[in-house]
Design a protein around this ligand. Structure first.
Ligand SMILES: [Zn+2]
Length: 351
């Protein structure tokens, strides 16, 4: 795929532009069968994604060339899809067939006129580009695109000189599920996993040791590293669940909590399902130095099978012993929640 010359934006927020979003689903995500529309030029693909622009935005549309990128703003503060331009064509007949400004006989608020300026697209793909950060980079102060528009030329040049290419600029702006750019986190994750082989663990780390950005990257990397070490499964119950989008349910818990300055060290981490994370942070459970699960039973009635069933069992541990929870953190967790001498103190509420 050649390097795009320009980046364009299409507003179709699911919340704000319901009718527009429906058209986006119909003709971009689902695509159009070209054989059903004689107006569509011949392309290699059996299915083609089609978008359109109202006459007010014609001048931006006229600058569009094959290979350019169109970003779709479908969610608050996020461009969720990108597509590559194949060709443009003014075609009112096709526009009327594909998208009448009416929906089931009723006028849709956000679609009041036709979209005769057609864009044929290919390679529609999911992205997650934080609009605010990207707009900031191109000198816009809004977090949403006000209309179909493009990045102006000198801003594009700045992106190219900053990132090397427009493709790389987009890649760097694509977030993972924590809202961070990918490279920095991947590197830091590797670093955190290797660190355990050469550095002794330290209970806390200084707030001032890192800049705000470094700290955010480190915190995301901590989560990634812990989830990787535990194969995205809960250390207590072994559950390995995913959202429909494929994101793991398990969370990276700090053994000695972040609120106490606990280190972002893999050895201070535990992958836990939401319930066991809550139970661990609130002192229903703790862990011995030998990685046995302790359940707070002394409080009597208020105990749960989902906890007591695991009493005395061993934590599911990472393959590498370097990544196992370290005593210095485990001991502090037990102390914090009064497990240490079997003489429970008043429970503290971590929530
Ligand atoms: Zn669990």
């Amino acid at each position: 795929m050649p390097e795009p010359e320009n980046i364009f934006f299409a507003p179709c927020s699911r919340e704000q532009k319901e009718g527009t979003y429906r058209h986006f689903q119909d003709t971009v995500l689902d695509g159009v069968d070209p054989s059903a529309y004689p107006e569509i030029p011949e392309f290699d693909d059996d299915e083609i994604a089609v978008w359109g622009v109202v006459s007010g935005n014609q001048s931006a549309w006229e600058q569009m060339e094959a290979g350019d990128i169109l970003l779709f703003y479908t969610k608050r503060k996020s461009y969720t899809h990108a597509a590559t331009v194949l060709e443009t064509q003014e075609n009112d007949t096709l526009a009327q067939k594909l998208w009448t400004p009416y929906d089931e006989g009723r006028r849709v608020e956000d679609i009041t006129e036709g979209w005769p300026y057609i864009i044929y697209l290919t390679n529609v793909r999911r992205v997650d580009i934080h609009s605010e950060a990207f707009h900031d980079d191109i000198g816009w102060s809004t977090f949403y695109p006000q209309s179909f528009t493009r990045v102006i030329e000198d801003r594009e040049e700045r992106l190219v000189s900053k990132y090397g290419s427009l493709t790389e600029a987009l890649r760097q702006h694509t977030r993972n599920d924590l809202g961070e750019a990918p490279e920095a986190i991947t590197e830091e994750t590797e670093e955190l996993l290797i660190e355990t082989e050469r550095e002794p663990p330290e209970l806390t780390e200084s707030e001032t040791a890192y800049t705000e950005t470094q700290r955010r990257v480190r915190s995301s990397a901590f989560r990634e590293a812990v989830l990787e070490a535990y194969d995205e499964s809960c250390g207590v119950c072994g559950a390995q669940r995913y959202s429909p989008a494929g994101n793991p349910e398990v969370e990276a818990a700090h053994i000695y909590p972040k609120s106490e300055g606990g280190s972002d060290d893999v050895r201070n981490g535990l992958a836990l399902c939401k319930f066991h994370h809550w139970a661990f942070d609130n002192g229903w459970i703790s862990i011995t130095d030998e990685h046995e699960i302790l359940v707070r039973e002394e409080l009597g009635e208020e105990t749960y099978d989902e906890l007591s069933d695991f009493d005395g069992t061993t934590l599911s541990l990472p393959e590498k012993s370097d990544h196992h929870p370290h005593q210095i953190f485990l001991c502090e967790h037990r102390r914090l929640h009064g497990f240490e001498d079997g003489n429970l103190e008043e429970p503290i509420d971590a929530s």
